[in-house]
Design a binder for this molecule. Structure first.
Ligand SMILES: Cc1cc2nc3c(=O)[nH]c(=O)nc-3n(C[C@H](O)[C@H](O)[C@H](O)COP(=O)(O)OP(=O)(O)OC[C@H]3O[C@@H](n4cnc5c(N)ncnc54)[C@H](O)[C@@H]3O)c2cc1C
Length: 453
C-alpha cells in the first residue's frame, strides 16, 4: 500500500531552508504535495498590491526550481482556502497537513481549517517560522500584551533564546498533483510594464535573499550606525525577502552572530533591534487585527482629516510636491518598490501633517507600491508616524522635511539621484506652505486632545 501523502501549505514562508513545516513533512517519509494557494477571497486576507504581485511571481518561480532540485513540485491553486484545501486533501487522499503560522486576521481561517480537517481525521500541525518570538509568548507582568517597544524588546532578549535555523530537507518525495500555471495568474504588469526598476533592483527568491544578507554583513552592517542617511547603502534591504519569508529572522540572527568584522559587530545589537521592531509590529497586529483600518488609539477617531485634494495627493504620489526629499522618496518608491526608512517617515509625516490626509490613504498607496508591503509593519508604521499608533511619535512632532534633508542628506546625494532637476526652473514650487500647514495640523490635533480629556 502506498503511503498517503502529506500537504505542506506555504504562505509567507517561500523558502526550503529553515522551514519547519516542510521539514516535518520530509521527515514523515511519505510523499509530499507542496501547495501555494493564491487566496484573495478569505476574510482577513488582504489582496496583494501591484508591487507585491510582481514579487510573488518571481518568488514562486524561484521556489519552484529549489523544490525541483529536492524532488518535489510546487502545486499552485487559486481560491478560498476554506474550499481549496479540504478539496485538495480529498483529491490526493492526504492524511496530514502542515503549515507555518501567520499572525494577521487570516489566522482565523487557519484555526477553522485546523478544526475541520482534524474532525475529518487528518493530522494538522502548525509551526513557528516567521518570528523569533510568537506574540503570545511575551506578556507584561500583568499578562497583557506589550504596547511599548523598549520593554517588549527587553523582555524578548531576556526570554529563552530563539532556536537555531533548521536545515533544508535533503530530499522530498514529491507527489504529483495538478497545478495551475503561474503565468495564468497574471501577477506581472503588462500594459504598461512598470516593473523595469524592480527587475533592476531586486532578485526575489531564497538565493537572492541570502546573497543580500551576505552583502549586507560584509559591507552594510559596519555602516549601520549611519542607517538614517538615505544616500548611502547602510541598511540591509532585506524587508521584501523577510515579508515573503524567503529568509527567516532566525537565519538572519544566526548569521550576524558569527564571523563578522569588529566594525560590523559594533552595530549588531542595533540591527537586531530593528528586527525587533518587526517582531513588535507582529505583536501589535496579533492583538489588534484591524490595525490597517482602525486607529490603535481610538481618540484619533476625532481627528478632522480633510477630504484629500486630488491634485495634492497626485503630487505626493508622483513625487512633484516641490519638497525635494519628499519627491525623492516617492520616486524611489515608484521606481524600485522600496523606500529608505527615514524617508518613509518624512513622506508619511508630510502627507498626514502638512497635507492633513488620513494615514489610511498613505497606507493604501504604500500597500500597492511597496515590494515589502506588510500587514504588520505597514499599518503599525503609518499609525506610528500619524501619532495614532502603539508607542507612536507624538502627533505634535511634525517633521520639517527641509531640516530632515539637511541633517540626513547634507550633500543632497539622495535628492539629486532621484530629483535631478532640483534647483532648476523645471522643479515645482512647494504645493503647501510648511509653516502654516504645520500650524493647521497642530490646531486639528486639539480635537484629539479634547476627545481624550
Ligand atoms: C510609513 C512607513 C511604512 C512602512 N511600511 C513597511 C512595510 O510595509 N513593510 C516593512 O517591512 N517595513 C515597513 N516600514 C518599516 C521600515 O521602513 C522598513 O522595514 C525598512 O525600511 C526596510 O529596509 P531594510 O530592510 O533595509 O531595513 P533594515 O534597517 O536593514 O532592518 C532589517 C529589518 O528589520 C525590520 N525593520 C526595520 N525597521 C523597521 C521598522 N521601523 N518597523 C518594523 N520593522 C522594521 C524590517 O523587516 C527590515 O527588513 C515602514 C516604515 C514607515 C515609516
Amino acid at each position: 500500500m502506498p503511503q498517503p501523502p502529506s500537504i505542506v501549505w506555504l504562505r509567507d514562508d517561500l523558502r526550503v531552508a529553515d522551514n519547519p513545516a516542510l521539514l516535518a513533512a520530509a521527515e514523515r517519509e511519505a510523499p509530499v504535495v507542496v501547495l501555494y494557494l493564491l487566496d484573495e477571497e478569505s476574510t482577513g486576507v488582504r489582496p496583494l498590491g501591484g508591487a507585491s504581485r510582481w514579487w510573488l511571481h518571481h518568488s514562486l518561480a524561484a521556489l519552484q526550481s529549489s523544490l525541483d532540485e529536492l524532488g518535489a513540485r510546487l502545486t499552485l491553486r487559486r481560491g478560498s482556502a476554506r474550499d481549496v484545501l479540504p478539496a485538495l486533501v480529498q483529491e490526493v487522499g492526504a492524511d496530514a497537513v502542515f503549515w507555518n503560522r501567520r499572525y494577521s486576521a487570516a489566522r482565523e481561517v487557519d484555526a477553522e481549517l485546523k478544526t475541520q480537517l482534524r474532525d475529518d481525521g487528518v493530522e494538522v500541525r502548525s509551526f513557528a517560522a516567521a518570528v523569533l518570538y510568537e506574540p503570545w509568548t511575551l506578556t507584561t507582568g500583568a499578562g497583557d500584551p506589550y504596547k511599548v517597544f523598549t520593554p517588549f524588546w527587553k523582555a524578548a532578549l531576556a526570554s529563552e533564546e530563539p532556536r537555531e535555523p533548521l536545515p533544508p530537507p535533503t530530499s522530498l518525495d514529491g507527489h504529483r498533483a495538478e497545478s495551475e500555471r503561474l503565468d495564468d495568474w497574471s501577477l506581472l504588469p503588462i500594459r504598461p510594464d512598470w516593473a523595469e526598476g524592480l527587475r533592476e533592483t531586486w532578485s526575489p527568491g531564497e538565493r537572492g535573499a541570502h546573497e543580500r544578507l551576505e552583502e549586507f554583513v560584509e559591507e552594510g552592517l559596519s555602516l549601520y550606525h549611519r542607517r538614517d542617511e538615505p544616500g548611502i547603502e547602510a541598511t540591509s534591504r532585506l524587508s521584501p525577502h523577510l515579508h515573503f519569508g524567503e529568509i527567516s529572522p532566525h537565519q538572519i540572527r544566526h548569521r550576524v552572530q558569527q564571523g563578522i568584522s569588529p566594525a560590523a559587530a559594533r552595530n549588531r545589537a542595533k540591527f537586531l533591534s530593528e528586527i525587533g521592531w518587526r517582531e513588535f509590529s507582529v505583536n501589535i497586529l496579533f492583538h489588534w487585527p484591524d490595525l490597517a483600518t482602525v486607529n490603535y488609539r481610538r481618540e484619533f477617531d476625532a481627528f478632522p482629516w480633510g477630504e484629500p485634494d486630488p491634485d495634492q495627493l497626485a503630487a505626493w504620489r508622483e513625487g512633484r510636491t516641490g519638497i525635494p526629499i519628499v519627491d525623492a522618496g516617492m520616486r524611489e518608491l515608484w521606481v524600485t518598490g522600496w523606500m529608505h526608512n527615514r524617508v518613509r517617515m518624512i513622506v508619511a509625516s508630510f502627507l498626514t501633517k502638512n497635507l492633513l490626509v488620513d494615514w489610511r490613504t498613505g497606507e493604501e498607496w504604500f500597500w500597492d507600491t511597496l515590494v515589502d508591503a506588510d500587514p504588520a509593519n505597514n499599518a503599525a508604521s503609518w499609525q506610528w508616524v500619524a501619532g495614532s499608533g502603539a508607542d507612536a511619535a507624538p502627533y505634535f512632532r511634525v517633521f520639517n522635511p527641509l531640516l530632515q534633508a539637511e541633517r540626513f542628506d547634507p550633500d543632497q546625494e539622495y535628492i539629486r539621484r532621484w530629483v535631478p532637476e532640483v534647483g532648476t526652473a523645471e522643479y515645482p514650487e512647494p504645493i503647501v506652505d510648511l509653516k502654516s500647514s504645520r500650524d493647521e495640523a497642530l490646531a486639528a490635533y486639539e480635537a484629539v486632545k479634547a476627545a481624550k480629556a
